[in-house]
Design a protein around this ligand. Structure first.
Ligand code: ADP
Ligand code: ADP
Length: 225
């Protein structure tokens, strides 16, 4: 079954008198282990789509299903719980907590999800080793390079073993070589853990390394070949 299913999603914004129909009839299904690139120009609605898929924002109409569960009739609390349990986010800017070490940044979300500190730390250390960041565990974000910061953000996103990974320009802030490296790490991790990933990117070379590519045209999702 699909990890993420978007059915007939519509979403508009108002800008003064103007009505912006950003999503008109967006449909998409992503299955376990599948990596999907979302490639579209700025302003096409990528962030809006990711926020709706991530239960951060509600659609006007249509249905967002996570692991086959419809979410539109859920309370905000239930949506938050489902988001924490099932969905990981990566942003263009890492949004790591500046006062915390790399390790602690990965530990905190796990403890919010109810894991004991000891187990959360073991899992965080294991992820840091896997991402070759073991020696950086006790560094704060400001002491890490851009690529290292983004790899910590990736570790944080997958620490709770989400079923769905959503990323908004995860390498957009990195130089091409670092972007390639961080992206390879992301793909390895996604395939290794069998999660479904929807990744917005402007980088066509990176998009080609994913299983499928889709775009947004006039508020609809279209497959790219
Ligand atoms: P993308 O991520 O593809 O650049 P976005 O989803 O961020 O696109 O935005 C799509 C369009 O919707 C843009 O024109 C943006 O200005 C507009 N938009 C986004 N969020 C809001 C909002 N909260 N209120 C009004 N307009 C918005
Ligand atoms: P954008 O891609 O729209 O420019 P950023 O990449 O700057 O956004 O990330 C900030 C976004 O995080 C906000 O747009 C907001 O919708 C989203 N957000 C809100 N609440 C949460 C949350 N609890 N966890 C993660 N992200 C959140």
């Amino acid at each position: 079954d699909a990890v993420l299913e978007l059915r007939n999603i519509a979403r508009h914004y108002r800008e003064g008198e103007a009505r912006l129909d950003i999503l008109v009839d967006a449909n998409l299904a992503i299955y376990p282990g599948e990596t999907v690139a979302l490639v579209a120009p700025s302003g096409a609605g990528k962030s809006t789509l990711l926020h709706i898929a991530g239960l951060l924002e509600r659609q006007d109409s249509g249905e967002t299903l996570i692991n086959s569960a419809p979410t539109s009739s859920m309370s905000d609390n239930d949506r938050t719980r489902l988001r924490r349990d099932a969905i990981g986010f990566i942003y263009q800017f890492h949004h790591l907590l500046p006062e915390f070490t790399a390790l602690e940044n990965i530990v905190v979300p796990q403890m919010i999800c109810g894991l004991a500190r000891k187990e959360a730390e073991a899992r965080a250390q294991q992820l840091l080793e896997y991402l070759r960041l073991g020696p950086r565990a006790s560094h704060r974000p400001s002491e890490l390079s851009g690529g290292e910061q983004q790899r910590v953000a990736i570790a944080r996103a997958v620490a709770n073993a989400p079923h769905l990974l959503l990323a908004d320009e995860p390498t957009g802030n990195l130089d091409p070589r670092t972007a390639e490296h961080v992206f390879a790490t992301l793909m390895t991790l996604a395939r290794h853990s069998g999660l479904a990933a929807l990744i917005a990117t402007h980088n066509l070379d990176l998009a080609k390394q994913m299983d499928r590519r889709v775009t947004l045209r006039d508020g609809r999702i279209e497959e790219l070949t």
